[in-house]
Design a binder for this molecule. Sequence first.
Ligand code: TRP
Length: 336
Amino acid sequence: MAEEAAPRKKIILSGIQPTGVFTLGNYIGAIQNWERMQRDYRCAYFIADLHALTVRQEAGKLRAGTLSALAQLMACGIDPKKSLLFVQSHVPEHAEMSWLLSCHTQFGELSRMTQFKDKSAAHADNINAGLFTYPALMAADILLYQADYVPVGDDQRQHLELTRDIAVRMNGLYGNLFTLPEAYLPKQGARIRSLADPTKKMSKSDPNPNGAIYILDPPEVILKKVKRAVTDSEARVAYGEGKDGVNNLMTIYAAVTGRSMNEIEAEFAGHGYGDFKQAVGEAVAEYLRPVREKYAAYLNDRAYLEEVCKEGAAAASAVARRTLSKVKKKLGLLMK
Ligand code: TRP
């Protein structure tokens, strides 16, 4: 990177499924990084609505969820003027490329995907072909944009490895078609854990309604959830072994106030968990206020959201088309 005179900005790409609301953990651990990366990289962010179809969705909910996900990303600072921001199904090149890649992906490779095994166990009544070929669509998402980096959580790492394998294989067969994407290891924002079970990460799909704080939760809900958070019987605000619950609340408080653990310990010396939780709840509610407010404003401006979708799709398609044509030509499809 450094030796080039005027290095082009590296390309970062990531997708999210339009299911549910981001948690505070998603926001602090990932989305804020996406926001910051807009300065140093060319970023492409999209709503993976086609991927969502691998499990049954209710049409109206999926539609609303897609618009909501878009508004959430924008409320978190993803700026359609700086980044490619689009809805996957609006860019037909993804589905088309996915077929071409499927024909270069082995049954055995797809069978080894742990997410496929987990999801087919969880949805035994709907083990559809899309669930199986999901990684080929994800590879299409990534390779179409010649992405250098893909910020992925552990659950998607295997899919990214497969994407690289497909790219290496096709580059070998047809000449250089694709940039090899690497996992982007974020300067990890703090890892936030479930309030109900601090040994697990805070997840969108936490079965316990008090486990996760969502970025759109109103202040009173945030306060209530924090007050119910699991702690310990020590009644001492200090970071340490065996204090997962308190450690987690301190991590959250540190992330939203910018204070160090030492400062937090000093601030609450001699106070019980009640005072501490009150302060954490209020600080989180305040921290998320701009996100809540921007979200509401975007969601109320349907025309603007539609314009963002339209322009995002056109810009993404222009990039995707270039790669797709190159691949089609190399594979021997007759060009029109
Ligand atoms: N499969 C990812 C998930 O469920 C979403 C996704 C789809 C994605 N395409 C992608 C992520 C491309 C990164 C790059 O979380």
